[in-house]
Ligand binder design. Sequence first.
Ligand code: HPA
Length: 247
Amino acid sequence: MTIDLAVIGGSGLYNFPGLENTSRHSVDTPFGTASGDVVIGDFAGRRVAFLARHGESHTVPPHRVNYRANLWALHALGARRVIGVNAVGGIRGDMGPRVIVVPDQVIDYTHGRYTSFCDVEGAEVRHIDFSEPYTEALRRELLDAAAAAGVAAIDGGCYGATQGPRLETRAEIARMKRDGCDLVGMTGMPEAVLARELELEYACLALVANFAAGCGDEAEISIEEIFAHLAAATAEVPRILGVLLKR
Ligand code: HPA
């Protein structure tokens, strides 16, 4: 099967609007079950595979997502290019609610997640290069498509991946800022590194839902506001990907 692009939807993106002639695929993987069926269909004249990272009813929290099964399933169905759509909090001042960012670096603060396909008895140990965690050509395609679609998107930024499911303390965000993080999210890793292990092209489309703890004016972060901002940013995703696929 030829798949032109796979999309992993994060919080707020549980199905792919405009995907037509769809079929559902439940894939058995050596790593267990994926977050749900992969839905394959036509969009912008191309074959697109969609998987909801948290499940279609948002029942899988970030630390319990079976990232290995998700990427394995997409790869097994024939996907070679993957866009991870991720809700994030903004740390950098210009990365406020509803801003779209295509990050170029990652710092991983998660723990207790399976971060490698080698992590099974008898598997060959590999040390892959991860200097550049995202596929630069796919990042450029995303940025060019956003520009052509008239959607503002920031080129570059460091994604700090936290464990969740709770949001961070102000002290944790202050530390992440000192470390050089521009964004914070709970699902960017190990997805990116597992994609690299499978030699998939992978880029992240980060949608800012809120200012991270201590970065905005509010004393508390409201979940209602997070989802409202997320809905607004998510509405731009099919437009960006439509242009990307037509090029
Ligand atoms: N922190 C971590 N993940 C997030 C946030 C946040 O503030 N907002 C959306 N995803």
